[in-house]
Design a protein around this ligand. Structure first.
Ligand SMILES: [Zn+2]
Length: 346
């Protein structure tokens, strides 16, 4: 069993007024929790729990037009956030600053083809793919552009046997985002941040806030779409996936910062991980140090080193004479390390 979140875009034209009103009600509940928690702390140094908050909110749902489950979900989420932040109070949620968020339980909604019924109200959405499994929880949420989405968290069956048989090592990079050990050509796309740089700068200079948000959303959407397509293609033909643990925090200080941000390594890794679990593919993250300088054939550490060597695409191993493509060689090394850890070799 695995939990998957399906996200669909709602048809705003018919539902946004209704959802905005509900979102306001949710903000009100949230702010009430905030107020109560602050007062309780000031008066008796008591930290209110989700249970206390749910009891205090009892009966408010009718006036606010919210389901009881929605109320308790908000209280629980508030308590959880407060515990994580280790604070007495959190930020207030306002209609202007905060994005709309309306949680619900799977048992209070009904799904039909392209529509969801919640508290007797039909909300239509673009059903880009079928919903699998049973809906446990979900929410309506708003993005920075003001578009509404419905998120459904479903419990789905996971098949035990993967679709493919390939063992794939993956090297995440900057020039080519993703190189696989079983493919000569890496997966590569244009640097999206750089592509939209001029338009973004112009919008920022002329203080066009909505345009800036729209461009950022476009970049994020394109990146996510590309990542989904590539990771799905990889997971479908694999039985073992090994990824390097390359971290962006070190490179963020250098002049590659923009490329690092654009590459979205953690997004790619997250997608690979959950898609691998879903299809029963073995997934490993390994330490990738030395992977780009080690020769995959003779294991000599003879490749080009240092940050400057990032520009070198290919090299010849002086020890054994093998010709290497930088990314492919690194991917092969990562796969070797992954196989070693699986078979217990340190
Ligand atoms: Zn060699």
């Amino acid at each position: 069993m695995a939990i998957l979140t399906y996200r669909y875009r709602l048809k705003d034209a018919t539902s946004s007024t209704h959802l905005l009103r509900l979102a306001w009600a949710c903000h009100t509940v949230w702010n009430f929790c905030n107020e109560v928690s602050l007062l309780a702390w000031r008066r008796d140094k008591h930290c209110v729990s989700a249970f206390d908050l749910i009891n205090l909110c009892a009966g408010a749902g009718h006036d606010l037009g919210l389901h009881t489950d929605t109320l308790s979900e908000i209280c629980q989420e508030y308590a959880r956030k407060k515990r994580l932040a280790k604070k007495i109070k959190l930020r207030w949620r306002s209609r202007k600053r905060s994005l709309g968020w309306i949680p619900f339980k799977g048992r209070c909604v009904r799904l039909r083809e392209g529509a969801i019924t919640s508290k007797g109200r039909h909300l239509r959405f673009w059903q880009s793919r079928p919903v699998g499994g049973t809906v446990k929880t979900g929410s309506f949420s708003q993005d920075a552009c003001g578009h509404w989405y419905v998120n459904l968290q479903c419990e789905v069956e996971t098949p035990g046997v993967p679709l493919g048989h390939a063992e794939i090592g993956i090297d995440l990079g900057l020039t080519h985002q993703l190189a696989c050990s079983d493919m000569a050509a890496p997966y590569s796309r244009a640097n999206l941040t750089r592509q939209h740089e001029d338009a973004l700068a112009h919008a920022q200079r002329t203080h066009k806030k909505r345009r800036v948000t729209a461009i950022h959303a476009r970049i994020a959407n394109t990146r996510r779409d590309w990542a989904h397509k590539v990771t799905t293609a990889i997971v479908r033909r694999a039985s073992l996936i090994v990824v390097g643990d390359v971290s962006s925090s070190k490179l963020r200080q250098t002049r590659m910062a923009k490329s690092v941000y654009d590459a979205g390594w953690s997004q790619l890794r997250t997608m690979l991980a959950y898609k691998a679990i879903r299809l029963g593919v073995t997934y490993r993250v390994v330490n990738e140090s030395w992977s780009s300088v080690t020769c995959a054939d003779c294991l000599a550490r003879s490749g080009p080193r240092g940050l400057r060597a990032l520009g070198v695409r290919g090299w010849v191993c002086p020890a054994c004479g093998a010709v290497h493509d930088r990314d492919l060689n690194a991917a092969q090394n990562i796969l070797r390390v992954g196989r070693d850890t699986l078979s217990g070799i340190p």
